[in-house]
Write a protein of this length. Structure first.
Length: 423
């Protein structure tokens, strides 16, 4: 039994890249286009990255959508005041390779006419129905989604779920598993979506991991992908303000390690300001309420690039296991790491808390490690056989044995080992 865990210092990665030592042609993203691939997953190599509270209708322009696309965002949801504004945004988005999740009053009040006007547009991704419904709304959402699907069965209907801590009154049940399963049973969704913003200034909410365990379990049982969130705004005085790259990495890479097939940023545009207060403080988003870039814009751009550089690892991968390490008690609902794949002889985090996920694509397996601390780097020790490679942050491959056995992983960061499946 080995108490194990995590890996690769980004500085070492960058050094290897700059020196050009033993780099290969790189890991090719999965570009196969399976006709039976679930809606909600793009059919090209990109992982869907969606901006919530995207570009306001008053700011719709090619320049604004290109600015968002330059930050690595390929899906957008804005709550438009009317159908005409949706159409205007779709025409602009099509010029910048951004897909739009349609939301406007007419989608509910004039469903058939609205869907028929939108369904053939090249920039339409799907239809936003509801954020955080209780179970009492499931029958109504089911009827609405089925009506949309009877007209347009090529684009998805979107409903986002509460997190576990919402409580029985809002969920409509004492069981979060029932809440998720009935959502799947009743509403014709193509992928599961839920939100949880776990990274605070000086700690991480451990309930997040149990939430991920339940979502990942239900996704696997029902053969549906899931999408998850990364907080990119202030939210409140207790969360990280402004969002750091370490906090965003921890959220994005943990979600991907659990099998997420889409990442959602909350939010892109600041919907609140000191003159327009809200219970959710959305100041500090990538774009301010006046449309100026904050420091978070460039961090989101970097985050998106890191996600897409590793799309060849995560997109379409099967999660075989997710385990946790650390001297302290592991989070409720999770499983402690007790063994490693035979190709990895030693992976020791020296008591630090980490996630170790094993994924598989065809005849290749990946060992994904995430530093669960967004404030401190994590030292670790690694030994493996000659078949093991490291996937660098730019997506290229190098032999893991090029590195010293003593390594360090930056706060919230990820490292990926790759090796062939033994027959």
């Amino acid at each position: 039994m080995r108490n194990t865990a995590i890996l690769v210092i980004m500085l070492l990665f960058l050094s290897a890249i700059s020196q050009g030592e033993n780099s290969s042609s790189g890991l090719s993203p999965d570009k196969s286009k399976n006709n039976e691939e679930k809606r909600g997953r793009q059919t090209d190599s990109e992982i869907p990255i969606m901006a919530w509270y995207s570009i306001p209708a008053s700011e719709t322009s090619v320049e604004r959508y290109q600015e968002m696309r330059d930050a690595g965002i390929n899906y957008s949801v804005t709550f438009f005041p009317n159908l005409d504004e949706v159409k205007k945004a779709l025409d602009v988005a099509a010029k910048t390779d951004v897909k739009i999740l349609a939301s406007c009053p007419e989608l509910k009040t004039e469903t058939e006419s609205t869907v028929k006007q939108l369904m053939n547009h090249p920039a339409i991704a799907g239809y936003h129905l509801k954020d955080e419904p209780g179970m009492d709304l499931y029958p109504e959402l089911s009827t609405w989604a089925k009506k949309i699907r009877s007209i347009d069965n090529k684009h998805f209907c979107y409903v986002n779920l509460f997190p576990t801590f919402a409580g029985s009154k809002r969920l409509g049940t004492e069981s979060y598993e029932e809440y998720v399963q009935e959502y799947i049973n009743q509403i014709p969704i193509d992928f599961i979506s839920f939100d949880f913003y776990p990274v605070y200034k000086d700690y991480v909410d451990k309930r997040w991991y149990k939430n991920l365990e339940i979502i990942a379990k239900k996704a696997k049982e029902n053969e549906k992908p899931f999408w998850a969130f990364v907080l990119t705004t202030n939210y409140d005085d207790d969360h990280v303000t402004p969002q750091t790259i370490a906090a965003m990495r921890l959220q994005a890479f943990t979600n991907l390690a659990y099998g997420a097939q889409g990442i959602q940023y909350f939010t892109y545009w600041s919907a609140t300001s000191t003159k327009n207060p809200s219970s959710e403080d959305q100041r500090g988003a990538p774009l301010s309420a006046t449309g100026k870039r904050s420091v978070v814009y460039d961090r989101v751009k970097q985050m998106s690039k890191e996600i897409q550089n590793l799309s060849g690892v995560f997109k379409g991968a099967e999660v075989l296991s997710v385990r946790h390490t650390g001297l302290d008690e592991i989070p409720d609902g999770t499983v402690r790491l007790t063994e490693l794949p035979e190709q990895v002889k030693v992976l020791d985090t020296h008591g630090s808390a980490a996630i170790v996920s094993v994924l598989q694509k065809k005849d290749t397996r990946f060992l994904v490690l995430v530093n669960k601390d967004h404030l401190k780097s994590m030292p670790f020790t690694y030994y493996g056989d000659d078949s093991v490679k490291i996937i660098l942050k730019d997506g290229t491959e190098v032999s893991a044995n090029l590195y010293d056995s003593s390594m360090e992983l930056d706060p919230g960061d990820i490292a990926v080992f790759m090796f062939p499946v033994n027959n």
